[in-house]
Design a protein around this ligand. Structure first.
Ligand SMILES: Cc1ncc(COP(=O)(O)O)c(C=O)c1O
Length: 455
């Protein structure tokens, strides 16, 4: 028996009479599927099944949707209604624009990475693309996560919630949410895997300083996310669940993408000003997909702009210890939506791995799943080693390169996007414009990098 949203499917094997009216032969059965409403099972056997009402909102091709228990449907519908209202409310939009400017520090620069460009040109007879960085690391609290956290915290306040619950992997979303809650006078609880609390220690301390209650959880980010969800379900009256990932049931992926799309909108405006055209290629790392979609979304309709997502290949795709969901996953139902997922033959989730805590998630945004399947975006993966280049004594690993050539310390998540330059730059024409989303700053990762490298 399969269950879809509020309606339940039943499958009944009905014996058919043979054409001549005689009793059926053994084995001549057919599966009858119908939606159970108030109709009795008796009637079901005689009424032809009605076609299912197609729900397209929150769908990206065959991906996405809202597969949740009945009790959550009304909460998600309320959230969707408030989100739509906020999108069209000039007062809200004005307040958000002011906060993004004055609290977050937007717009972030589209930075011409001249020495990084030179580095690649020197390897290729003086030719190669020009590399630009979208400096999301310069946002207040050090990452793109603030764009969405602030907007959703404002919605939480608007609908009268007093407290916010969330989950974080790298701590950047937790930190952004905590700061937004402090600004708006909301209580904040953050669930985080104990191992992530250890490796992203500075962010835990920052969250505590800003007033959050940080709850440790066994497992990884996906377990923290499940705990945050459970906490919300038990306290729905006063609590808002603030997701930082472009995953989960509708409207979450759409809402997160929409609030992150400021990244691509600014990039388009800035590139027009800087060189009078669009970029030729956009590159972003993919954990759940929020920074990638934030950069890509404005350009999806511009087919001449290549969209490149970089997943975490961890210890290598063959090792089984990675987070390359789009590269190696299968289509499944996970956390309330249809998307790609890392699972074994028994449908059990494979524990994801990455040196970057923010990349460790077994699922991925349903919208990115669609962009992959439709061929509009291309996906690569970079190993821990490629992001770090820990053991190599060749001058400048991907990580060091940005530090030592441009004076910028990237997060390990952003280092995955930078690492793929080694592969794509040699394939690009002289003068092409490449924009890499520098989605976070690396303060939180300094102990890991120093431990693993020869810097
Ligand atoms: C700085 C940073 N970049 C990237 C990511 C990956 O998430 P997403 O793919 O949703 O942008 C995270 C996740 O925590 C992060 O903290």
């Amino acid at each position: 028996m399969a269950c879809i949203l509020q309606g339940a499917y039943v499958s009944s094997h009905r014996q058919l009479k043979d054409k001549d009216g005689s009793e059926p032969r053994p084995g001549s059965s057919v599966v009858v599927r119908a939606v159970v409403t108030s109709t009795t099972l008796q009637t079901l056997n005689t009424t032809p099944p009605r076609p299912l009402k197609e729900r397209t909102e929150g769908k990206f091709g065959r991906f996405g949707g809202k597969f949740v228990p009945e009790t959550l449907v009304s909460c998600l519908s309320q959230l969707e209604a408030e989100f739509k209202k906020a999108l069209h409310d000039e007062v809200f939009q004005e307040e958000l624009a002011t906060a993004l400017r004055e609290f977050v520090g937007r717009e972030t620069p589209l930075y011409n990475a001249e020495r990084l460009t030179e580095y690649y040109k020197n390897k290729n007879n003086g030719e190669g693309p020009e590399i630009y960085l979208k400096r999301e690391d310069l946002n207040h609290c050090g990452s793109h996560k603030m764009n969405n956290a602030l907007a959703q915290a404002m919605i939480a306040k608007r609908i009268g919630k007093r407290s916010v619950v969330t989950a974080t992997g790298a701590g950047q979303h937790g930190l952004a949410t905590t700061a937004a809650c402090a600004k708006l006078g909301l209580e904040c609880t953050v669930f985080m895997a104990a191992k992530d609390m250890d490796r992203q220690y500075s962010n835990v301390q920052f969250m505590k300083l800003l007033g959050a209650q940080v709850e440790g959880v066994n497992g990884s980010f996906k377990d923290a996310a499940s705990n945050a969800f459970r906490c919300w379900v038990e306290n729905m009256e006063k609590m808002y669940h603030l997701t930082g990932s472009a995953v989960g049931p509708h409207p979450c992926p759409t809402m997160v993408r929409e609030f992150q799309s400021v990244i691509g909108k600014e990039t388009k405006m800035q590139s027009m000003k800087k060189w009078g055209g669009k970029p030729d290629m956009l590159i972003a790392c993919v954990g759940t997909g929020s920074n990638a979609l934030g950069l890509f979304h404005e350009f999806i309709k511009h087919k001449d702009v290549r969209l490149i997502g970089v997943e975490a290949a961890g210890l290598g795709l063959k090792s089984g210890k990675h987070s390359s969901t789009l590269t190696n996953g299968e289509v499944a139902l996970y956390h309330g939506a249809i998307t790609y997922l890392l699972q074994d033959e028994d449908g059990q989730i494979i524990q994801p791995h990455s040196i970057a805590a923010g990349m460790e998630y077994p699922g991925v945004s349903p919208e990115l799943s669609f962009l992959k399947e439709s061929g509009r975006a291309e996906f690569f993966s970079a190993t821990d080693q490629e992001a770090l280049n820990a053991v190599t004594v060749i001058k400048f690993s991907a990580y060091e390169r940005l530090c030592k050539l441009e004076g910028i310390i990237p997060s390990l998540e952003a280092a995955h996007a930078l690492a793929i330059l080694d592969k794509v730059v040699p394939t690009l024409c002289n003068g092409h414009k490449v924009v890499v989303n520098c989605c976070g700053r690396g303060d939180k990762d300094v102990p890991i990098v120093l431990h693993r490298t020869t810097i």
